[in-house]
Design a protein around this ligand. Structure first.
Ligand code: GUN
Length: 290
């Protein structure tokens, strides 16, 4: 029987832990403030931000959503971020991606105060992570690691193959897993669109992480018998009845027949990402409170 890596359950545990600490911190310093900046009307981004807001309320934080028009100039967006950087009761700032084409994402990422960068996207925080001294753990990658840890899946010494080299998932996940420590110390391979004979590499994995953004890209011929499979994909596809549904990067029905453990979509990594973001916001507020 395949073990289902239940992200809803693990995320609820993390939120409960964060809530306890938020209450404790709140008594002396007030509730942590988390701001999500959303530019334009991207429907997926609207949903993500709504879920982040809901999570923040649940754990007793003070969320704020700053909605800006898709036509905003880069200078005006930076001015807005500077205002948030300077605010004493805002501890975490995230600028939801993707941003409209007139905005340079890298410039925006660099304009967020690194001490409030709960996404861990700022180059200073990415540098600290890659040197093995993270200030913040990037939310989706640390959600993957935490999902494995809470299901008692050993990582140390094992071969982890990541499919996808994005700045949000693949690269920072590789950095996390390469750290020293019980929930790291992995041998890591990062695959991408130019990888030669991808199935040969992915079949070698003890733990296979799919973060490529293509619906059902990972088929059972790409997975070794008894592997642990973590699906980071969130892809909207037609449901065959005129509507749409969310599926992962892994062909769940086929792969769950040969894997030892697998995370579902939805209900796997998605809820973990939000829980880890809240954990980062708590950490940011604690750093500020000394
Ligand atoms: N877009 C997709 N994932 C993310 C994320 O984790 N953070 C932000 N800010 N934008 C995203």
């Amino acid at each position: 029987m395949v073990l289902i890596l239940d992200g809803k359950k693990a995320a609820a545990e993390i939120r409960a832990e964060v809530k306890t600490e938020v209450a404790r911190l709140g008594r002396s310093h007030g509730p942590p403030g988390l701001v999500a900046v959303i530019v334009g009307e991207d429907p997926a981004s609207q949903t993500y931000v709504k879920n982040k807001e809901k999570g923040a309320i649940e754990v007793g934080m003070r969320p704020e959503v700053v909605r800006l028009p898709g036509s905003i100039s880069q200078a005006d967006l930076i001015a807005e971020i500077r205002r948030l950087n300077a605010s004493d009761n805002i501890h975490g700032i995230l600028v939801q991606q993707p941003l409209p084409p007139q905005i340079d994402e890298a410039t925006i990422v660099r304009s967020v105060d690194p001490m409030k960068d709960v996404d861990c996207f700022h180059p200073e925080n990415v540098g600290l992570l890659f040197q093995g001294h993270p200030r913040f753990a990037p939310a989706t990658p640390s959600g993957v690691v935490e999902l494995l840890r809470r299901n008692r899946i050993p990582i140390s010494g094992r071969e982890v193959v990541i499919v996808g080299r994005s700045n949000i998932v693949g690269r920072p996940l590789a950095a996390l897993l390469l750290q020293k420590g019980e929930t790291a110390d992995a041998t890591v391979t990062v695959c991408h669109s130019k990888t030669k004979d991808l199935p040969l590499v992915t079949r070698r994995a003890d733990i296979l992480v799919a973060a490529i953004g293509k619906a059902h890209f990972i088929k059972n011929g790409m997975v070794g018998e008894g592997a642990v499979v973590v699906d980071v994909g969130i892809n909207r596809v037609p449901d065959g009845a005129g509507g749409s549904k969310i599926v992962g990067d892994v062909d769940f029905d086929a792969v769950s027949k040969i894997a030892a453990a697998i995370s579902p979509v939805p209900g796997g990594v998605g809820p973990m990402t939000i829980a880890m973001l809240l954990k980062n916001t708590l950490h940011a507020a604690k750093m500020r409170s000394g």
